[in-house]
Design a protein around this ligand. Structure first.
Ligand code: PLP
Length: 391
């Protein structure tokens, strides 16, 4: 059967592949400790669930009108961005989507023509390069500096920009890096992009999950030029533990939002209507659960960082945001006789029954990603096994 060349060229999501292999072992009765998940292990807060249930009972079960999101949710997004991100947007500058991933895809499809270059800092979230390729664009990888928590410098960005550059994808706090750009660093990067005719897709989906008082500034709030050239992407998945609800949103320049709206109206017809009511409650209701989850992630991040650094051949930066660490494990490769991160992850899964995601999926074969969206007990159990395996 002939499939489209666009789809043939797509890589499967490596994160999903590891979770699937771990699930298969589990179904065979093996006790696997999984550090693979990209979703919080907490339940969605009850008041959000109840809001969606009430919406269903009130008959909010028809198409989203308009497809870009119902008026009340766009208003709630604008208020959230003003309150927490120092960003003033009007509802006409907002689109609500079926998850952050869809938001990202719509933005890339709306902006990228074949041959356009998209700068993707390494390590990157697995889906960015594939979405760019699907649009016919050319991913240009910008290496982060491992000695600076994998962040890239303004000078390195300047050197990567060419007349064909159309877009920079700027993800902070980072998946998989677990790092967060300081406001001064964000501003220095915004000074570079301001000199060029390009758009910035600021993926700030982990904006509320920051540790140890890590300062943060939304990219679009860096300057008036940054505001004009930036799409700010957030969503409910990570902050409110709502990954299965599929609730994302983007705010930015009206012409781009309108283009994304056109695409959305011809693809999904918008986010699920009663989910949007859940999103309103998430954004406007009690925020204490967010803080409870954040504090828990902060404790786990500090713990996993400390334990990983105690292992031979592994070095790990302390996470300042999201719920991932991205240690360099290449110091174990020769002892384990593995050639790279895929073989490392395979060996660890098969021999120690610990699931991690190979760093190559994020552009760095020296590293693997551990998600700490699992309990402290699971973290200790997994790290005990890893320590034993590496002895
Ligand atoms: N952006 C980043 C950096 C992510 O890590 C994810 C999810 O893993 C997303 C976007 C998409 O989130 P969702 O589609 O679950 O809302």
């Amino acid at each position: 059967m002939k499939l489209s060349s666009r789809v043939e060229a797509l890589a499967e999501s490596a994160t999903l592949a590891v979770t699937a292999k771990a699930a298969q072992l589990k179904s065979e009765g093996v006790d696997v400790v999984s550090f693979g998940a990209g979703e919080p292990d907490f339940d969605t807060p009850q008041h959000i669930k109840l809001a969606a249930i009430r919406a269903i009972e009130a008959g909010q079960t028809k198409y989203s009108k308009p497809a870009t999101g119902i008026a009340a949710v766009k208003q709630a997004v604008c208020e959230k961005l003003a309150r927490e991100n120092e960003l003033q947007y009007k509802p006409s500058q907002v689109i609500v989507t079926a998850g952050g991933k869809m938001a990202c895809n719509l933005a890339i499809q709306a902006l990228i023509d074949p041959g356009d270059e998209v700068i993707i800092p390494v390590p990157y979230w697995v889906s960015y390069p594939e979405m760019v390729k699907l649009a016919g664009g050319v991913p240009v990888f910008l290496e982060g500096d491992e000695n600076d928590s994998f962040k890239f410098s303004p000078a390195a960005l300047e050197a990567a920009i060419t007349p064909k550059t159309r877009l920079l994808i700027f993800n902070s706090p980072s998946n998989p890096g677990g790092f967060t750009y300081h406001p001064a660093e964000t501003q220095a990067i915004a000074e570079v992009t301001a000199r060029h005719d390009m758009v910035v897709l600021a993926d700030e989906i982990y904006d509320r999950l920051r540790f140890d008082g890590q300062a943060f500034q939304s990219f679009a709030s860096s300057s008036s030029k940054a505001y004009e050239q930036t799409l700010t992407l957030i969503g409910a998945s990570k902050t409110y533990s709502m990954t299965g609800w599929r609730a994302g949103y983007v705010a930015g320049p009206v012409p781009i939002i309108k283009a994304m709206a056109k695409l959305q109206s011809q693809s999904t017809s918008g986010a699920c209507t009663f989910v949007q009511h859940g999103l309103i409650e998430a954004l406007t209701g009690d925020q204490s659960e967010v803080e409870r989850m954040r504090v828990e992630f902060e404790k786990r991040g500090a713990h996993i960082h400390q334990r990983l650094n105690a292992l031979p051949g592994i070095s790990c930066n302390k996470p300042t945001g999201a719920f991932y660490v991205f240690p360099n494990v290449s110091g174990t490769y020769s002892k384990l006789s593995v050639a790279g991160s895929i073989e490392f992850a395979k060996a660890v899964l098969e021999k120690a029954h610990v699931a991690v995601v190979p760093g190559i999926a994020f552009g760095s074969d020296a590293c693997v990603r551990f998600s700490f969206a699992c309990s402290m007990e699971q973290i200790d159990k997994g790290l005990d096994r890893l320590a034993e395996f590496l002895r």
